[in-house]
Design a binder for this molecule. Structure first.
Ligand code: DSN
Length: 397
């Protein structure tokens, strides 16, 4: 934070938070540190502007720059993922991942229809049809789970459920799943069962952009991604849809505005445009590869110290660690690590027998620390620290 604020109370809280972010080791898998350029766009005068509508069709005057910025964000989003504007459309106005998923269902799934999603406790998301979310109240979730032995997706099971239930949409792409998803297998199941294939690429967006994780675009009908996780932009979301006679793009645009939202947050959209530009640079590919290398190194080092890693490893920026097996719950582990300045989140593990408020594991991610320049040697040292702290906590019990 540079300029002095007149509001000293808020300024102090911002300073404390800035210091906290600086001082901790941040292993929250869904967080990252944006560039100064992204921060500048977020803190710009664009926050003053109302721009209900879309480029060229606004409900307010004074949107010349705003239209250019929104179009630029759209162009950069399509280019980053190698998509042609003739075949794909992108909506950049959604406020975050949950409203983005809600917009897709609102546009494409009849009320009361079936959303087939991985359950929350197995690594899915609330908005994949969980009953606590509107996506599980306005629509009916058809749940699927992982294979209990391998803790990875079992396409035979997914196929069998899809063929019995015939959901309107199958959702793949998760919040706590560390393995490569076989997009092709999901496409085949969707085709066979007559469902749309919706990919929630929120966590892996930056890995796809960086070329270290397979792209879902050749297979999906719609792809949603948040912009603030591995993609390293501001808090927002992109909704991509295939442009064809089904007119998904028009339906999704209408679902976002005026269906679910009013004026777009144009300062955020400018920040997203900046982040997309940054992600298109060659150094972002190096970053994405380092994120995965760091996650694999950290997971392996913890495993060697006797901690069980769910599914035996990771192909991404994140992994789940079973702490309960060594006698410490996910909450106790997360609290103990926080006291020593290491921030993780408690997380259920597949087929968890404990509650989500005090589950059996923790989720660990390396996107944020990799942005801060950490490498595999740092990960090995970090595994030592994590192991020491957790074992000390177990002994004290
Ligand atoms: N809260 C996000 C995460 O941490 O994965 C998902 O919404």
């Amino acid at each position: 934070m540079k300029a002095k604020m007149n509001d000293g109370e808020v300024e102090l809280l911002l300073q404390y938070e800035e210091k906290r972010q600086h001082d901790v080791v941040n292993l929250i898998a869904s967080e990252n540190y944006v560039s100064d350029d992204v921060l500048q766009a977020l803190g710009s005068s664009l926050t003053n502007k109302y721009a209900e509508g879309y480029p060229g069709a606004r409900y307010y005057g004074g949107n010349i720059q705003i239209d250019l910025i929104e179009r630029l964000a759209q162009k950069r989003a399509l280019e980053l993922f190698g998509l042609s504007p003739e075949e794909w459309s992108v909506n950049v106005q959604s406020l975050s991942g949950s409203p983005a998923n809600l917009a897709v269902y609102t546009a494409l799934v009849p009320l009361g229809g079936k959303i087939m999603g991985l359950t929350l406790d197995q690594g899915g998301h609330l908005t994949h049809g969980h009953k606590a979310s509107l996506t599980g109240k306005w629509w009916q979730q058809v749940p699927y789970t992982l294979n209990k032995e391998t803790e990875v997706l079992d396409h035979d099971v997914v196929r069998s459920i899809a063929m019995t239930e015939h959901p309107d949409v199958i959702v793949t792409g998760y919040t706590a799943y560390s393995r490569i998803i076989d997009w092709d297998a999901f496409r085949a199941i969707a085709d066979e069962s007559g469902a749309l294939l919706h990919v929630d690429a929120s966590h892996i967006a930056g890995l796809i952009a960086g070329g270290i994780y397979p792209s879902p675009f050749p297979y999906a009908d719609t792809v949603v991604m948040t912009t603030h996780k591995t993609l390293r932009g501001p808090r927002g979301a992109l909704i991509f849809s295939r442009k064809d006679q089904r007119k998904f793009n028009e339906k999704i645009d209408k679902a976002v505005f005026p269906g679910l939202q009013g004026g777009p947050h144009m300062n955020t959209i400018a920040g997203i445009a900046v982040a997309l530009h940054e992600a298109a640079r060659p150094d972002f590919q190096i970053y994405a590869a380092q994120v995965v290398d760091n996650a694999q190194t950290l997971a392996q080092a913890l495993e060697q110290k006797g901690w069980r890693i769910i599914s035996g490893g990771t192909d991404t920026h994140l992994f789940l660690m079973d702490t309960w097996m060594n006698g410490i719950s996910g909450k106790a582990a997360s609290d103990a690590l926080e006291q020593e300045g290491i921030i993780v989140n408690k997380n259920t593990i597949p087929f968890d027998t404990r509650s989500p408020v005090d589950p059996s594991g923790i989720r660990i991610g390396t996107a944020a620390e990799t942005t801060r320049g950490k490498n595999t040697a740092d990960m090995i040292a970090l595994a030592e620290r994590i192991d020491d702290m957790l074992r000390k906590q177990i002994k004290q019990k």
